[in-house]
Every structure is written in C-alpha cells, then in structure tokens.
Design a protein around this ligand. Structure first.
Ligand code: GLU
Length: 512
C-alpha cells in the first residue's frame, strides 16, 4: 500500500507572506487533496532575531480567507505537534548529539574574527573538507581541549561533516534527477551553543522526518539547500524515508527580468501580498489582494496558473477541478511571469460567475457607506446589469450610481450632441406615454415606446439618447429599459421632468 501523503507549508514568520508563498501553499494543498493526504502548516520560527509580531496570525488569516484549510497546524493541533518550531526546541538537541557521536558532525570554536581572517587569507573560503583541518574544531584539537573549552562555557557551533567527492542525488518531481557533488557543499552550521538552537536546515529536516512528510514542495530558492538536506537525511540514518522534492518555479517580474518583489508591486500598482499588511515598526502599509477587491477563488485560480498549466485551453477551474487536474508533470521548470492583467481578468470572470444575490451582498457595504439603503432584490437587479463592466466589486458604484441617485448634472458633450431643440417636447410626450403604462417591465416599455416612435416618424437614436441623458446623466449604461424598469415609473418620470427643466429648450443652459 502507498504511504499516506503528507505535505507541509513551512513559512518563517519574518513579515507578511509573499504571494509566491501562497502559491507554494496552494500547490501543497492541491497535491495533498488529490492524493487523499494531509496538508500541514508548520511555523519555522527558530530564528528569533527575524521574528515579526503578527506574521503568524497573518499567515493563518490568509488561508482562512482563501478557505484553504490545514489538516494540522498550530491553531488546529494534530498528532505530530507542536507545529511551531520554537515549541520544539528540546526535540532537536538529541539529533545533534547523535550526529556528533556518529562522527557525522563536529564542534567548531572559530570566532567570527578568526573566520573573517581566513576569508581574507583564502579567496572564496568555504568551511569544508579542504579547509577544516586548518580551523579550530574538535577534529583538529585534542579531545581533552575540546572538552575543557566546552566545560569553560566557550561558545561553539556544530557543523555537519560533508565528505568530498560524493554524488548527491536530489530526486525532484519537477526537475527530474538533480545530481550535485558534495565537494561544492560547505560544512553548514547545524546548531549554535549561544542560543542552544538548531539552525534552519537541521530543524527543517528533523521536523520533516518526525512529521512523516512524504513530499517537500517549496520555492525554487530552496533548491540549493536540497543536497544538504539529502546529506542530513543520510547522516541521520533516514535515507529510506527521504521525502520527494518539488522545487516550484520562481515568480518573475511582469517584464520577466528577475524575481517578483514588493517594489514591482508598488511600481506597477498591484499587490504582492494576499492581505493588507501594516509594518509593525515603520507603520508602512502594503496593499493586499483581499483589500484590493480580489475574490478568493479568482486568486486561487490565477495562482494555480503561475507555474502550472492543464495542457488544455481551459482557464477557469474551481478548486475541486484544480485538485483533480494538478500534476507535477505539468509544472514548469522555468520562472512564471507575473501578469497583473491576467489577475484582473480572472477576477472579472469570477464576478461574472457569481450569483447576483451574492454580488449584491458584497456591494451593500459600499451602498451603506453612501447612505443608500434599498432592498437586496433591487441591488441584485442592478449588479446583474453592470457586472460585465467591472473587474472589482469596488468599481460597482461608479458603474451604477445613477440607479440609486438621480443625476445632478449632465455630461456637457452628450448634451450638446443629444439634446436638440425639439427634445423637451418629445420628452414631454414620452412622460405622457409612460404615465399610462400599467406594466412597467422592460419588455412592455420597449414595445410601447418603439411603437410611438414609429407612428410619429421620430428618430429612435435621438429619442433614446435624450432619454438616457435624462435618466443617467450621460451616454453610458446598459439597455435603457432595463434601467428604467429597476428605478421604476415614478422615478423615471421625475428624472425626465427634471432634465426638461434643467436643460430646457436652450441647450446652452445646462448645468455642469
Ligand atoms: N522556512 C522556510 C521558508 O520560509 C521553509 C522552506 C521549506 O519549505 O523547506 O520558506
């Protein structure tokens, strides 16, 4: 039987989660759900110097918003907890001791000054098999001296001992078999006596094993660490249980040159963070997808396509469909260019897909802010008419204000073009016609008005454009009779009368 798939998203809470991190989490989620596996959140917070208050809460809030739920997490708990590395400190020491006993790691006493001196002495100095003999460590010092240094409280680090000339195989589901020779690796620090903490690499590997992680899916920036992680797995005797790796393609700037950064977002006017973030120190605010008006489903769909494609023309995928369709075979190795127009397009598509009632619900707080309180039904009717014109919910007001408030002025150009000398008389006749209507449905209005236009040999364009100007205030908007059906007979008549009195016979007297 296949082992149950277990994947983890392992962010460090060092600031707001980058949108690329959200993509990483999403791919983990898709793979886990497709395989009937577990999706775990592990907070990698051992580096207290980089800890930022609020960052962990921000991560949890992001996935709550996207409705991507973890099977195990600090908040939810689980059988493999704790899920915060800072709460797992005691766990790691045992593995450090094991590696030392085995001779797979050693203790080093070199001070920062001594290391700096070596760096200036030897070009491209790296602490490894070729240099460790010349350094102050448990391999070069007599055992008794090592022991007495430790007993005296001298600070030390533990370094992994990488033997040179060994081919290390990283089996990557996206990149295939990547072979790296151990000679290029350095003897990385895996533990520091100063804070009695393992470094990121050891904690990461130990936790992946203890949490029985089967697949490590993460950003490309971690690819250079993978050989070391494989080496650690082997040194710890866990070769049989090594996870499979998948290093996801980088998210590139919209113009394709280099990694997408916060500055690109500021420069080009799109968020690089899922939620708005206020820097706890500077107070600087960075925009978020949520606050910009993106819908969670649109963000998920858009992110899924940054580095993966289904191999078909289909672009709109529900989360369930993504779960079914996702595969590492169709993930690209090369970077994925960030495309803000595409993000907007996705949002537009999801707005069109949304039930009118749901969209109306999202629009209501904006209406309330404008002091407008109308039945949900009316709001739903309005959004159904204008939703094809917007990318974001917060654009609804500009596209539909005239449904809720009568125009107070009239677009100058449209007036000049559409309000002719005989217009007031025609509008008066139109008012009479409307007042006689019992059925004010769009269909009935249209039938009656068109018949009147024809019978009297009037110009449809002139009449309808003046009618629109009176009701909307300018030449925009959806089908005229759909607008009047929603605003109602009384309001339609009032607006026509108002336009007649404000614009009058003389088209130069308009108000603007
Ligand atoms: N803590 C690392 C990060 O912040 C985790 C990398 C990994 O997934 O192994 O990205």
């Amino acid at each position: 039987m296949l082992k149950k798939r277990r994947v983890r998203f392992a962010p460090s809470p060092t600031g707001p989660l980058h949108i690329g991190g959200v993509r990483t989490a999403l791919y983990n989620y898709l793979y886990a759900k497709q395989q009937g596996g577990d999706f775990i959140l592990r907070i990698e917070d051992t580096d207290s110097t980089r800890f930022v208050p609020g960052a962990e809460e921000y991560i949890q809030e992001t996935f709550d918003w996207l409705e991507l739920s973890f099977d195990e997490s600090p908040e939810k708990g689980g059988a493999y907890g704790p899920y915060r590395q800072s709460e797992r400190k005691e766990i790691y020491k045992k593995y450090v001791d094991y590696l030392l006993e085995k001779g797979a790691a050693y203790i080093a006493f070199d001070t920062p000054e001594e290391l700096d001196a070596k760096r200036s002495e030897i070009p491209n100095f790296q602490y490894d098999a070729s240099t460790r003999e010349g350094m102050r460590n448990s391999l070069t010092l007599p055992e008794s001296e090592t022991q007495s240094l430790i007993d005296n409280g001298t600070q030390y680090v533990v370094r992994i001992k990488v033997s040179p000339g060994v081919d290390i195989l990283v089996n990557d589901m996206i990149r295939g078999e990547v072979v790296i020779n151990s000679s290029v690796l350095d003897d990385k620090v895996i533990y520091k006596s100063a804070d009695e903490l393992p470094t990121y690499h050891l904690a990461n590997v130990v936790d992946d094993r203890l949490m029985e992680i089967t697949h490590v899916i993460r950003g490309e920036e971690w690819l250079p660490s993978a050989p070391l992680h494989v080496w650690l797995y082997k040194s710890l005797g866990w070769e049989e249980n090594m996870p499979q790796f998948a290093h996801l393609p980088l998210l590139l700037k919209p113009d394709g040159k280099g990694k997408l950064s916060k500055r690109d977002g500021d420069r080009l006017g799109f968020p690089v963070f899922p939620l708005e973030w206020t820097d706890p120190v500077s107070g600087e605010i960075s925009s978020g997808y949520r606050e910009t008006g993106y819908l969670p489903d649109a963000v998920i769909n858009f992110l899924a396509f940054l580095g993966w494609n289904p191999g078909t023309e289909q672009e709109i995928f529900s989360l369930d469909e993504l779960v079914q369709a996702f595969s590492f075979d169709r993930c690209s190795k090369s970077g994925a260019k960030f495309d803000v127009e595409k993000a907007k397009w996705y949002n537009h598509q999801y707005i069109l897909k949304m039930e009118d009632d749901k969209l109306a619900e999202l629009f209501e707080p904006i209406l309330v802010e404008k002091g407008i309180k109308v039945p949900r039904e009316k709001v739903a009717g309005v959004v159904s008419l204008v939703k094809d014109r917007i990318h974001f919910v917060n654009e609804l007001w500009d596209q539909s204000d005239y449904f809720f408030i009568a125009p107070e002025s009239y677009d100058e150009k449209t007036v000049r073009k559409r309000w002719k000398e005989d217009t007031p008389e025609h509008m008066r006749q139109l008012i009479g016609l409307i007042q006689q209507m019992n059925d004010f449905s769009a269909g009935n209005q249209e039938e009656i008005v068109m018949e009147w236009i024809q019978k009297n040999g009037l110009h449809t364009g002139n009449i309808m454009n003046a009618f629109r100007l009176a009701v909307v205030g300018e030449g925009k908007g959806p089908h005229m009779f759909n607008i009047t059906e929603i605003i109602g007979k009384e309001e339609t008549v009032e607006r026509l009368e108002r336009a007649i009195s404000l614009l009058g016979e003389n088209k130069e007297t308009f108000n603007h």
